[in-house]
Ligand binder design. Structure first.
Ligand code: GLU
Length: 305
């Protein structure tokens, strides 16, 4: 499918409330969509109930709302999309682009990533052990263009890198669901953190296997904590304070290299967002990751009082 209209999305996994790093991503996705006069969607990637506190989706949506980031269409929840993922799996299995695999992580490690049971080559439908479904990658030196980072090269290794599409426990995996939904929602542009950069060439193969041309990608640098780790729920990033949305947005804009004046932190959320739309410069986004602590608006004054 060729895309005629810009459609972007913010697609958080609800492993906890929105934190500063995810706000930066949300703001970048929103501004790119607004700059292109396109649509901005929110998709909750709630695929793994074991890692997702039940209240997190609601907290994320509440935070986005408090920060004035309102999606143009109803929010999609991946937990309600099981039938579509199942259909895609069947289609990929039937066309030989996916296969059943009962290897454990340990077994794969012991064989340098090769499947001792030769899963790719045989039909293991009758095996008793629980099975995952994996995508059968093709060996490829992939070259593609990131809208911020420029030309990218990635090597995709068949068998060794084959991603899981459905886990042994039955949960659908991120790599499948993200492609199925980006295709179904007509997403033309994906803006996301550069921690997902390495997945992109594999995802392009999954898009093609599902009969669609991949979207364009723009990877923004991730925000780091003081230990130099990605701000994330796993690393206990604090939840955003929803009572200070303008200040949070100003800091997020500074993280995106936009140099908002510090006074903007005292303006309304609507004013901050309208400043951001009027001044948005993709080229100003820094290329490398930065620590949240070192990010300040352009004239540091009374911001942190
Ligand atoms: N759900 C993913 C995450 O929160 C992002 C998916 C994507 O943007 O491709 O890390």
């Amino acid at each position: 499918m060729e895309h005629t209209r810009y459609r972007g999305r913010f697609a958080p996994s609800p492993t906890g409330p929105l934190h500063f790093g995810s706000l930066v991503t949300a703001v970048a996705t929103w501004l790119e969509a607004r700059a292109a006069g396109g649509d901005w969607l929110v998709r909750i990637e709630d695929l793994d109930p074991l890692r997702e506190p039940p209240e997190a989706s609601h907290q994320i949506l509440h935070s986005l709302d408090a920060h004035g980031l309102h999606p143009d269409e109803p929010v999609r929840f991946q937990s309600q999309r099981q039938a579509a993922y199942q259909k895609a799996i069947i289609n990929l299995l039937e066309s030989g682009k996916a296969y059943r695999c009962s290897c454990s992580r340990k077994q794969l490690q012991a064989h340098g990533g090769r499947h001792p049971a030769k899963c790719r080559e045989r039909d293991s439908l009758s095996d008793q052990a629980p099975q995952a479904i994996r995508f059968a990658l093709t060996d490829e030196h992939s070259h593609w263009q990131d809208l911020l980072l420029g030309p990218q090269q990635q090597t995709v290794r068949a068998e060794l890198d084959d991603p899981v599409l459905q886990r042994k426990e039955g949960f659908y995996a991120y790599q499948l669901a993200v492609a199925v939904d980006d295709i179904d929602q007509g997403i033309s542009h994906v803006v996301r953190g550069s921690d997902l950069l390495d997945m992109t060439a594999q995802q392009q193969q999954i898009f093609r296997a599902l009969g669609s041309s991949p979207p364009q990608w723009l990877h923004i640098p991730v925000i780091l904590n003081e230990q130099g780790q990605k701000l994330s729920k796993q690393n206990h990033a604090p939840a955003l304070d929803d009572t200070k949305p303008a200040m949070n947005l100003v800091h997020a804009l500074a993280a995106l290299g936009q140099q908002p004046p510090s006074e903007l932190a005292w303006a309304s959320v609507a004013d901050v967002l309208s400043w951001a739309r009027a001044h948005w410069r993709r080229a100003a986004i820094p290329l490398t990751s930065r620590q949240a602590r070192g990010i300040t608006p352009s004239t540091q004054s009374h911001l942190d009082h």
